[in-house]
Design a protein around this ligand. Sequence first.
Ligand code: FDA
Length: 501
Amino acid sequence: AAGDFSPAVIIGTGYGAAVTALRLGEAGIPTVMLEMGQLWNTPGSDGKVFPDMLNPDKRAMWFKKRTEAPLASFLWLDLANRNIDPYAGVLDRVHFGDMSVYVGRGVGGGSLVNGAMAVVPKRWYFEEILPQVDADEMYGKYYPRANAGLGTNSVDATWFESCDCYQYARVSRKHAHNAGLATTFVPSVYDFDYMRREEAGEVPRSALASEVIYGNNHGKRSLDKSYLAAALGTGNVQIRTLHEVRDIAQQPDGTYVLTVRQSDPDGNVLAVKQLAAKYLFLGAGSLGSTELLVRARETGKLPELTDSVGQGWGTNGNVMLGRANHMWDAVGALESGMPALGIDAWDDPQYPVFAEIAPVPAGIETWASLYLAITRNPERGYFTYDAASDSARLQWEISQGQPSIDAAKQLFDRINSVNGTIYRYDLFGDTRAFENRFTYHPLGGLVLGKATDLYGRVKGYRNLYVTDGSLIPGSTGVNPFVTITALAERNIERVLAEDLT
Ligand code: FDA
């Protein structure tokens, strides 16, 4: 049966997709966005849209029987996880053998679940990872445009020094400074003025109520409140939720035809539909967009796709670790779920590390300092197609995570030795000190200049574009969403000027 047609279709509603939708909408181009997750705007029976980290329910996770929190244990006890009903929840953990990947599901993608850290990479490193992109333009125009669109703000330094909720960050800062290391404030899309009022007891708590990874009920400028709200405001953009794109094919006249599965939040399939588009933008994230094109190539639907499709995937060097603090270095029972400080050792010639000082928002004194270290890991994975499950499988071996551990260990051994502290061995489900079997920062798969041209146009096809984290070659040196946003701003400006006239 002939389906619908829309001049432009965007798959996904994360950072790249949201930027693209706003700019297409402003240009007057009718655009449909297809999102497999839900729109998160309706409170549950507890009056809240999202559950917190300490009391997760079915809203927490994407079709799981038990929650899968990153800190698997505390004193080896599985305290954080709960049995839940499978449901179209907000956080997914996708498992591929030795690597699992956390991603957001819903209108706003990763912006719903992430830590809101809005960090611009060091310019010298950006020039190294994406040498063909004009860094003057990125740093002069597109990074500032992205930060304006995202609503990035900075913590008030005076308040930071006196508040309770960043005591944990001040303790880690002291330990880093004792080792001669530099720290830096991390800009955020969480409203720091709202956080100040949370601590003052003036408004409902979110960052200060253990709301992180399963969504924030207040304070966070997730994409549904920034770019996507603006996109809908143009009157030219529609979002269809619980619509998962399964297949992309092309008609002889060049029109793309999508096969889309519509479900209810319990996972029952309501309809399988077709939607045709002249211009098709992939914004389903590194895993989602790469899978769609790997599947299209391997099933012969888009046979001209190149061998670069599915290559160049990385973890952004993610590795997590905890340190045990002395009794006199209490971190406090109140920890903001949104980090505000990082240890910046990215200029180290041998072991560059940018370590965000992460919370353990357990609501009790933990005597622990937690870190998400971003390291420079040169290892890359790639995707193959598994016909039996009709899915793309990430090929990544545990040994490929070792460079991340080596770099983090070098830095934190130094911090431990100066401060007389040790690692925590009870946090990751067994006795390991370093957790590198998951990433929050999947990047690559459809790398700029390889699977696409220098503006995200997919090689081998016209009017087919990639807009998301799959463009970035496996590493950004910092948390990635500002770079994804800025690159999408740059690419859509060019595509609008040259292709959609
Ligand atoms: P993104 O993954 O955001 O969005 C893709 C969307 O497409 C999703 O909504 C998905 O449901 C949808 N989709 C996928 N396949 C589909 C299909 N076939 N059909 C329809 N829809 C489909 N970064 C940072 O800079 N600072 C931070 O503090 C953090 N913290 C953090 C914490 C946690 C817990 C996570 C999981 C991640 C972070 N990140 C982060 C990473 C950041 O959130 C991530 O890099 C971006 O969200 C990626 O943006 P994209 O545009 O690539 O896609």
